[in-house]
Design a protein around this ligand. Structure first.
Ligand SMILES: [Fe+2]
Ligand SMILES: [Fe+2]
Length: 199
């Protein structure tokens, strides 16, 4: 898979730049968008919905306090605190995404679906559509991609083996991945991480 963003989406990509990667996770928006492109193509989803949703999904973190943003990565943060921060970044994300999509004059017929995906991308149980599943699978695949895995590991607490174990536990949990092909890709990426980082 190539990390790539099609030229058609560059105006939106540029417009969102200053709101991206606010959790010391430089590259998150780019890598997730690249996986979104890959998953959408493989699963015949509507790229014109999936890719903007991926580009904009986490811009709401820019409106959340630094402490709440970073608390997400810690194993010792209470569950309720994490849920509150997640809900806030989704709410703020929808507001900002609407503003940016209108600013770049994105197809108005597609905006409601894009915003709906962003509105609960981290908290919804189950998937409402293949388009939504593709965007959310891409967000999860970041954690298995070596670049994203290392980023989360360096931001968090715990040893590298704990992070690998944590990600392994998630792969087959209910509603984690939408598509079997994403699950399979995560397994392959995790196998590479294990070979490289575990004794
Ligand atoms: Fe998010
Ligand atoms: Fe994300």
């Amino acid at each position: 898979m190539r990390y790539e963003i099609d030229a058609h989406y560059l105006p939106l990509w540029e417009a969102a730049q200053s709101y991206q990667d606010k959790r010391n996770d430089k590259g998150h928006a780019f890598v997730v968008t690249a996986y979104a492109r890959f998953v959408a193509a493989r699963e015949n989803c509507d790229a014109a919905v999936v890719i903007p949703a991926a580009i904009l999904h986490d811009i709401g973190w820019s409106a959340v306090s630094l402490e709440d943003r970073m608390s997400i990565f810690r194993f010792d943060t209470p569950k309720e605190q994490k849920m509150k921060a997640r809900a806030l970044h989704q709410e703020q994300g929808v507001l900002l995404a609407k503003e940016l999509l209108e600013k770049v004059q994105y197809d108005t017929a597609l905006i409601p679906e894009i915003l709906e995906i962003i509105s609960q991308h981290d908290t919804r149980k189950g998937f409402i559509s293949n388009n939504e599943g593709a965007m959310r699978d891409a967000d999860k695949l970041w954690r298995y991609d070596e670049y994203g895995f290392m980023s989360d590991y360096l931001n968090g607490t715990g040893a590298i083996a704990d992070h690998i174990e944590d990600q392994e536990r998630h792969i087959d949990s209910e509603h984690f991945f939408c598509f079997d092909s994403s699950r399979q890709l995560a397994r392959e990426l995790l196998a590479k991480l294990k070979a490289k980082y575990l004794p």
